[in-house]
Design a binder for this molecule. Structure first.
Ligand SMILES: [Fe+2]
Ligand SMILES: [Fe+2]
Length: 290
């Protein structure tokens, strides 16, 4: 019998928890808009972010990690940005700013601070190889959605924790995905909460929509970015990346593969490519937490 205190779910309480989260650094959105401006250059990006010392430290840490595979170690922001190039800068900015949110102990989902980080970074690394394999043109957008796709867990954790046994029992009994049982027991799921957080942080609508849809087949089949994110998430679960209590309680649907035009051969190639890409993932996480 679950004797843990029950934290009752109310939409108001969830929205209050979201509003209480430290806001995603506006400086990152500003830097991203500078990257899109053909009249600006990398020096302009550095000028914007150089005063946020925590962000710069995370950027240097990630740039020097195996995640970005540079051939030399860098110790200053401008060199790091010059070596990364436009798309990689976008990715390192998002990943660096997301790290403080993802490095949390999520007791409710039975995830350590490393787990959500590992799952999110790993999913983003997988997204790059899957984008290449399936010819998806918006790889950078998918990378961002992948890093942030489970961000809703940081808010729902306190509601899921006391009722986790109930959610898992229901998921086993009905042979349903964890997110469906999460809805039935808690009254919402982490995909909905995550999408709301990203809207609150003023992320582009397509990314919010993909995060909202990542466990919902009726939604993710309607949009290629959403379907790609759902696929990358399932692959990262199948590869055992930072999975918590919900880890293996999600299935890969034939419909998703069909929508993506992903043959059985492509699927196994994605698994193989993902496995190779992830050789460095644990090293990245160890480096981040060092
Ligand atoms: Fe999820
Ligand atoms: Fe996930």
């Amino acid at each position: 019998m679950n004797t843990a205190p029950c934290t009752d779910f109310t939409l108001e309480a969830v929205y209050e928890s979201m509003a209480a989260l430290p806001v995603f650094p506006k400086i990152v959105h500003k830097a991203l808009s500078i990257l899109d401006d053909p009249k600006k250059n990398i020096t302009d990006v550095a000028e914007i972010i150089k005063f946020d010392h925590g962000l710069v430290a995370n950027i240097l840490k990630l740039t020097n990690s195996a995640m970005f595979g540079l051939s030399q170690q860098v110790s200053d922001l401008e060199t790091a940005l010059a070596l990364l190039g436009q798309n990689r800068i976008r990715e390192v900015l998002i990943a660096s700013a997301a790290m403080p949110y993802l490095s949390r102990d999520l007791h409710g989902y039975e995830m350590s601070p490393q787990d959500l980080c590992y799952h999110s970074i790993g999913c983003a690394m997988i997204s790059e190889v899957v984008s290449r394999r399936l010819g998806f043109p918006n790889a950078s957008e998918l990378f961002t959605a992948s890093i942030l796709h489970d961000i809703g867990k940081i808010v729902l954790d306190i509601y899921v924790g006391p009722r986790l046994g109930e959610v898992l029992d229901r998921s086993r009994r009905d042979e349903s995905d964890f997110s469906i049982a999460e809805w039935e027991v808690i009254g919402t799921d982490h995909a909905v909460a995550g999408s709301s957080i990203l809207q609150h942080w003023e992320f582009p609508r397509d990314i919010c929509r993909a995060v909202r849809a990542h466990h919902d087949p009726d939604l993710y089949i309607q949009n290629r970015l959403s379907a790609m994110l759902a696929f990358c998430n399932v692959l990262s679960v199948q590869l055992g990346l930072g999975v918590g209590a919900d880890g293996f309680r999600y299935r890969l649907s034939d419909q998703l593969l069909y929508v993506l035009g992903c043959t059985e051969r492509d699927y196994f190639a994605c698994i193989e490519d993902g496995f190779k890409a992830l050789e460095n993932a644990q090293e990245v996480i160890d480096f981040i937490f060092s």
